[in-house]
Design a protein around this ligand. Sequence first.
Ligand SMILES: *Cc1c(COP(=O)(O)O)cnc(C)c1O
Length: 475
Amino acid sequence: MTPPDTRDLLLRAAELAQRYLQDLPARPVAARAGAAELLARLEGALPEEGLPADRVIEELVASADPGLTAMGSGRFFGWVIGGALPVGIAADWLTSTWDQNAGSAEATPAAAVLEQVALGWVAQLLDLPPGCVGGLVTGGQMANTVCLTVARHRVLAAAGHDVEQDGLAGAPAVELLMGAEQHDTVLRSMRLLGLGTRRIRHVPVDRQGRMRAAELAAVLRRVHGPAIVCAQAGNVNTGAFDPLEEIADAVDTARSRLPEGSVWLHVDGAFGLWARTSPALRAQAAGAERADSWATDAHKWLNTPYDCGVAITAHPEAHRRALGIHAAYLPTQDPVVRAPFDYTPELSRRARSFVLWATLRHLGAAGVRAMIERCCAHARRFALALADVPGLEILNDVTLNQVLVRLRDPAGHDDAAHVRAVIAALWADGTCLTSGTTWQGVPAMRISVSNWATDESDVDRSVAAIAAAHLGRAR
Ligand SMILES: *Cc1c(COP(=O)(O)O)cnc(C)c1O
């Protein structure tokens, strides 16, 4: 096997990538082939003989292409995904090429310094208090887990328990308080941390999914030991924010009668926290700066390529105690540039900082704000147009980028099968892609406008496709 010329190989990959991006607007948004079909085509034992790199790349593209969803399309509105700005794609290529192990500042000053700088920029954009620390992880799930690991350390330390040394055996119970519409990843973080889900008190929420702060305050009045409160900035269905100021007030009241550090306030703001970059949207997320920790994603609304989650806490010492690593063969903490591996659960990891830094540097604060505001304007355009379609109703207050659509069947009833059929018809049609949910008992369709590339014509074409799929079924 002769090694191919690196130049030809990389230029060919660039050409294939460029072709994909160029075809993206015309490509059917849903994948042409399903998982079962692809598996039948591709499964089998690894051949004994290898294949030259250039042929592998051609084969990879031929194998994967039918199963690719156009997540970067301006008409992809499924879940909360976001696209990838070209600057991030280019920086991502260089990240792989440089192949830096981003764990230590001594091993890779560039990755560590740019991580520190980019984290500072995120904190600045989100208007978090000075002195925060953080780390770059795979996504919101791990960002929640990192923040809650630090929370677990601090609230138990306040009760005189050293969870790092002694584990949870013999630890006082930690009260876990969150809204009933909290994201499922927070529950998984609780499982991973050994805190469990049984103890969680799910505070009632309103029709938008916002935690009722008065009910939280009532529950907190009966808390006598360590407690972690998880608030949400941006519900995955409605985009709604928990009332963060009132929640922070309730937490302050509880703190005033408990030992210092006993109550931790975490904000899961995977996409919603970015509302804080815009004066027009910021009020919904007011009070977030009063929290102890924040989990967010760059790969959703900031439109970096996967993967990039951001975990930030306001407690550098607790953060290092909970997550820091100490091994004789590893470099020690640098006094100027922090060691990235002391802030996440990973040791070796990808240098996500290059993409995050490049994306922020490209957009600037004004560009981030404009992108966030544009997505919200498109969401409002969706809501206005869809509300005019017979049988459709917008279930949420469209104050962010999420639109939740009720689709009644021809008889005027809520019917999960009708919602599923409309979504399936959209996927088959290829114009746009939306996803489904059940919102407080009502089957519904979700539209998430999270992509930098979406424009008004994308919205209008998608509205027409949704109306046709719904009315066609209803006929
Ligand atoms: C998407 C999301 C998460 C999980 O983030 P991942 O990046 O998918 O791990 C957590 N919380 C909320 C509110 C989310 O929207």
